[in-house]
Design a protein around this ligand. Sequence first.
Ligand SMILES: C/C(=C\C(=O)O)C(=O)SCCNC(=O)CCNC(=O)[C@H](O)C(C)(C)COP(=O)(O)OP(=O)(O)OC[C@H]1O[C@@H](n2cnc3c(N)ncnc32)[C@H](O)[C@@H]1OP(=O)(O)O
Length: 374
Amino acid sequence: MTDWSAPDAIDCADEQVFQTLLDRVETREKGNYFEYFAEGDEIHHDPGLRLSQHGNEEWMGQTLNHDPAYWRPDDARERGFDEPPAHPDYLLACVMGITVEDLSEKGGYFLGRTDVTFHRTAYPGTELDVTSTVVDTRTSSSRPDYGIVTWESVGRDRETGEELVAYERTNMIPRREPVASDGGERQRSAARADGSGAVADESSPSEAATPDLPSTLVAPEGGTFEDFRVALERARDNGAAVAYRHERGRTMDERLVAGLPLATLNTARQHHNRDVMADSPSGDIVAYGDVTRSIALAHARSDEATFRERRFENERFHDFVTLGDTIYGFSRVLDCDGEAGPDHTGAVTFEHVAFNQDSTPVYSGRRTALITRQ
Ligand SMILES: C/C(=C\C(=O)O)C(=O)SCCNC(=O)CCNC(=O)[C@H](O)C(C)(C)COP(=O)(O)OP(=O)(O)OC[C@H]1O[C@@H](n2cnc3c(N)ncnc32)[C@H](O)[C@@H]1OP(=O)(O)O
């Protein structure tokens, strides 16, 4: 009888032999199907991650979050930090990145996140300890191959146990036995595939119902809390809205799409496996939602005197972002609260939208930040 464990028994370098082997072997799969998750389950995410100064600077540099308080000690002290902290977008992306292997590596899209609350400032060197609790599971009525799962995740300082950030996130997760193929073919990918770039629409723009919008859109004159407050008052007196776009754009390259998520231990194939993603509706790897959002927020922050990030709500990822897409930012001011935060700041609530070169919204979310008064 052949001893198949003998080193020379099988020539794995022979293409034909190897092909046959690949056809016969079982694949050791990664990730969990929808059926794995039950309401109330708590999942502790190993291996954790240590926030690093390098990772922090790489994240900020690449996403255009060029705020020196996060790398210059004098600027950090002026902003009330003991030393340069981890940027909140980097912290959040790391906390979520660690969870992907257990929660969403099987595939399916990150649909949204809400109740993102920063409890404490985190500093480079902090080791993260992250747990998630399943808060809801439901089948998708539009896509029978998928379920929709919501988890509450909490990122803590492993050493002190203190809560740093918490949020609720929702993903589409493949079911163990899909009844049909993806079902997720998108108009946009179809347009790309036929090379026309045109998206079929039964009604022409002129025929489409005109949405009810304010005729005047006001932009604040500067980026201080007072600028936002004055703009909002002026707009309210005139039945207008405070809304404006930011000039900068950032084109998605490999470093952003594959590099940044991997640095947060995000193992979602969507971001780094071009082979698998070639057969997906996007036709290529797609950006980590936290990267897309961070870029649009960076554009917004470059036009304001940010003091602290407080909270994000109703974050949605509307469409995928692939290599070569360019991310721009749009902001609308919803509220100004002069009573919140230290005396030299006020809280501003924005709606931010990330959109691509075709003006397609890819992310939207509500953000409350403390903005310096003058
Ligand atoms: C970290 C990570 C992955 C990971 O984690 O590992 C990532 O970074 S990955 C990249 C970022 N991500 C994306 O690139 C997604 C871009 N996006 C799209 O490509 C489209 O959006 C779509 C194809 C996903 C859907 O497209 P669409 O079919 O037009 O979407 P909708 O019909 O609006 O939603 C369908 C069903 O999701 C329900 N639903 C929607 N949003 C929410 C929400 N916020 N909370 C609860 N349920 C929600 C909806 O209620 C409907 O439910 P039903 O199926 O039951 O009707």
